[in-house]
Design a protein around this ligand. Structure first.
Ligand code: NAP
Length: 289
């Protein structure tokens, strides 16, 4: 007996929203996992105008789209559009993932998990809870880093930003004695006392100059985590390697923040045994997404 048309399952559809969106690597990553897992579905980029973003996100409930990731500059609108929020989204007040549950639109944020998972592959939680961290940058990425570090009970977080006033207001907004701003001109002096150094600034990205940070006093074994993934190894990571530091690049964060989204959209975790790193770098190199 032939099945009726209505019995044929609709392929699962998800995507990433931004303005602009053509540069996003997320479609390459999610479609790689979909193919590997043999799931009938697709993940595509959606350009969403910022002035209508809240309405666009709310309309997801009336479509067969399972959910979307959200990137700059729409993460706050995504949060505002949601009916309910996960604890990680509430911590940051922005959402990079919207999915549907029981007819409601849920605002989630996977950046905390995405940042923390690679970090914990390099340093034990028990060690982190006794570490001093130097964080460079005070933009959107730094907020997610701070949220994750606080959840991991890091006892001291020093924020240095090229524009001192932004580091100061970020520290004030958190309002904890363990987290404070260090003047930009004192950033090099803060290196020696730090077990973990994190670059969450744009300095070192392809097309930008390298981060101006002197690692001379960094102790061997210090972990230097650069959130940037283009280039693959930034000037900061190369210098850190020369000085015997442990290093971590930004692509693992990109991959780990995508995993929980994939699970929400397609109903199962992406294959754990497949490493998408080379596929992603090939896409970056060719410029094809
Ligand atoms: P953002 O909100 O625009 O903030 C940019 C930050 O970089 C600001 O603190 C800015 O300082 C600082 N900065 C820019 N140029 C600098 C320079 N030449 N020297 C020192 N500091 C400089 O950007 P964001 O969203 O936080 O992203 C920051 C970086 O993280 C980007 O490179 C992004 O690619 C990366 N990122 C990676 C992932 C991942 O999954 N791996 C996720 C998110 C972000 P001022 O305040 O002085 O302008």
């Amino acid at each position: 007996m032939t099945s009726r048309k209505s019995d044929v399952p609709i392929p699962k559809l998800a995507g990433v929203c931004g303005w602009p969106i053509h540069h996003s690597l997320s479609p390459v990553l999610h479609n790689y996992w979909l193919k590997a897992a043999g799931i009938s579905g697709a993940y595509i980029p959606f350009a969403v105008r910022p002035d209508n973003a809240v309405a666009a996100f709310q309309s997801l409930k009336y479509t067969s789209i399972s959910g979307v990731n959200v990137t700059l500059p729409l993460k706050r609108q995504a949060f505002l559009a949601a009916d309910d929020h996960t604890p990680d989204a509430l911590k940051l007040g922005v959402s990079n993932c919207l999915f549907k549950r029981d007819g409601k639109l849920i605002g989630h944020n996977t950046d905390l998990e995405g940042f923390a998972t690679p970090l914990l592959s390099k340093i034990a939680a028990s060690e982190l809870s006794q570490s001093s961290v130097l964080l460079i940058g005070a933009g959107g990425a730094s907020r997610a880093v701070i949220g994750a570090l606080l959840s991991l009970n890091v006892p001291e977080i020093k924020i240095a930003n090229r524009t001192d006033s932004k580091a100061e207001s970020l520290a004030e907004s958190v309002n904890l004695p363990s987290l404070y701003a260090v003047p930009w001109e004192s950033r090099n002096a803060a290196v020696a006392s730090s077990q973990v150094i994190i670059n969450a600034s744009s300095a070192g990205m392809s097309g930008y100059s390298d981060l101006d940070l002197d690692l001379e006093t960094a102790r061997p074994g210090t972990l230097v985590y650069d959130l940037i993934y283009t280039p693959r190894r930034t000037g900061l990571l190369k210098e850190a390697e020369r000085r015997g530091c442990e290093t971590l690049g930004g692509l693992s964060m990109l991959i780990e923040q995508a995993r929980p989204s994939f699970r929400h959209f397609f109903g199962e975790a992406p294959p754990k045994d497949l490493d998408p790193t080379e596929t992603l770098y090939a896409a970056l190199k060719s410029g094809v997404r």
